[in-house]
Design a protein around this ligand. Structure first.
Ligand code: HEM
Length: 526
């Protein structure tokens, strides 16, 4: 199959506020007009807030790399995540955030990621062993695999561990109850006003945090007794902030473990599932990955083998380009700003959209096509410097980027070494933005063993549905009812002003400006 990989249908250019809000609630990606893929910047004005989507490398650098302190993370988007994540590094800003990164970052730097290789490899072998010929739902399988990677690397326990399995299953329940877009993302709420979380959201968040507390308390005891394994949890819990000398206390560590689990498994699972789909639909690329994987020495798994997975790594990068797990990031202005001659007031929402940037044809040749070979061309490398942000950039870049760029290719190679993948006719996945970019009805693939074990009975096997798997179904929450009522009453026409389509082209190789710090550069150094 050589058709272009699936992309959501964009909305018409002009829609009413009411329609926009409905589309937005259903899926942020299809709620945007097609011209955002080309625009350098877009301004959205609603009665509730102003927002600016920046789609040009220089503007993005200004926000993420050059003046990040002037553009803190937007509190509105964090609202829905607070019950689970507390004051974790993902949500904090300013001095609190800076201290948290000083403690966390050393655990992920260069050589330390290498120390996680054995655990990543073991989780990949376990994931491959769980797979069987027949039809699978790849998102569920990859969520299981990525959660296993996180528990093994953080706490040296597999996903089968009683507490790890309970966190994983409560987390799925939490996701079903938690609206991806909270009312607070639209309307600034005063701090004293109770937040509108769905029934059960606070309860599942409390359960997950109680389970994580058991893990961190046990680890604190092991560290004190000198029996703790050398894993990410021990490294983070024993690292003192070089500036203040303080370590994370028990509550802070629970916040951080919650975000490592969430950020570390949801994102990798999304990228792996899309990468498997792309390989299933591009047989020639699939065979090249399988050939690379066949050359791995399975009896002597070592970190050095990652450098032999060159094409597999380019496939993973290309999957991150086409389906960036974090499709948009939101920051806030703290003072009056001007973007491309448009004034932005303090408190305006700044949206940086890897989803749109990665498919912008001013930077990428044939942007909607799956072409892993582009990563070895000058044009591809130039575009990667300027217009590739799967892990964000600047000081707030994903600390797990280097880790993910090992995990992704290794798991792909392990799976492709064992199985041949094919798409299921008629089951074309439609990307939608949940917490990460997922497929509306899952990603169904047919697996056959590469060693010739794909018999007729394999092909007849029905789709397996993992027991924990139930898809997130948006339902009528209090917040959506209020939104609907607001939109109906106001009948205000939503104005979206897209600027810059006709202005002179910017140099796409970033001449004269600092290259964005992207995650794949940390992989190169690995
Ligand atoms: C393919 C896999 C991954 C992708 C695409 C990804 C992407 C991202 C992105 C885009 C951000 C910035 C979000 C924002 O600024 O709004 C981020 C932040 C973060 N990621 Fe990842 N991530 C991945 C894997 C991981 C892993 C494996 C870990 C940990 C083990 C991790 C931990 C974090 C943390 C703690 C943050 C918050 C950083 C901060 O705000 O200072 N991520 N990630």
């Amino acid at each position: 199959m050589t058709d272009l990989p699936p992309k959501p249908q964009p909305r018409p250019d002009r829609v009413s506020l009411w329609r926009y809000l409905r589309l937005f609630r259903r899926d942020i990606l299809s709620a945007q007009p097609a011209r955002l893929y080309r625009a350098r910047m877009a301004e959205f004005r609603t009665p509730f807030f102003r927002s600016f989507m920046l789609n040009e490398p220089d503007l993005i650098r200004e926000v993420l790399n050059i003046r990040p302190r002037d553009f803190p993370k937007s509190g509105r988007i964090s609202e829905g995540l607070k019950p689970l994540l507390g004051r974790s590094v993902f949500l904090t800003n300013g001095a609190v955030w800076e201290r948290q990164r000083r403690v966390i970052d050393p655990a992920f730097e260069g050589g330390r990621v290498r120390d996680s290789f054995a655990a990543i490899w073991a989780a990949g072998q376990a994931a491959t062993a769980r797979l069987a010929p027949g039809v699978i739902e790849a998102e569920a399988e990859m969520s299981h695999a990525a959660a296993d990677v996180i528990f093994r690397t953080l706490f040296s326990i597999p996903i089968e561990d009683e507490v790890a399995a309970a966190v994983f299953s409560r987390f799925r329940a939490h996701q079903r109850g938690q609206p991806i877009l909270n009312l607070a993302a639209f309307v600034p709420l005063p701090g004293w006003m109770p937040r509108l979380h769905r029934p059960g959201t606070r309860a599942t968040a409390r359960d997950i945090r109680a389970l994580i507390t058991r893990l961190t308390n046990a680890r604190a005891g092991a560290i004190a007794a000198g029996t703790a394994p050398d894993d990410l949890a021990t490294r983070i819990m024993t690292t003192a902030d070089p500036e203040t000398g303080t370590r994370f206390d028990a509550a802070e560590m629970v916040d951080q473990v919650a975000i490592f689990f969430l950020a570390g498994h949801e994102t990798s699972a999304s990228a792996l599932a899309w990468a498997l789909y792309l390989l299933a639909t591009h047989p020639e690329a699939q065979e090249r990955v399988a050939a690379e994987a066949q050359r791995l020495d399975m009896d002597n798994a070592a970190f050095s083998m990652v450098s032999n997975l060159k094409f597999t790594r380019d496939v993973f990068r290309e999957a991150l380009r086409l389906y960036p797990p974090v499709p948009m990031m939101v920051r806030e202005t703290t003072r009056p700003e001007v973007f491309r001659n448009r004034p932005a007031p303090p408190g305006a929402q700044i949206v940086i959209s890897p989803w749109h940037l990665h498919r912008n044809d001013r930077h990428w040749a044939n942007p909607d096509a799956f072409d892993p070979d582009r990563w070895q061309t000058d044009a591809g490398r130039g575009a990667a410097r300027d217009a590739y942000l799967p892990f964000s950039a600047g000081p707030r870049v994903c600390p797990g980027a280097g880790f993910a760029m090992i995990e992704g290719p290794v798991l792909l190679a392990q799976i492709l070494r064992a199985f041949h993948l094919a798409p299921v006719p008629g089951a074309v996945p439609v990307p939608v933005a949940h917490l990460t970019v997922r497929a509306r009805n899952g990603i169904h693939l047919r697996l056959a063993r590469r060693d010739g074990g794909a018999g007729a009975s394999d092909r007849a096997r029905p789709a397996r549905r993992a027991p924990w798997r139930r898809r997130y179904q948006p339902s009528k929450s209090t917040s959506s009812m209020i939104l609907n009522a607001l939109a109906r009453r106001s009948a205000i026409v939503f104005r979206s002003v897209v600027s810059g389509v006709n202005v002179p082209q910017l140099l796409t190789n970033g001449e004269g400006s600092a290259p964005a710090r992207t995650g794949n550069s940390s992989f190169r150094s690995a």
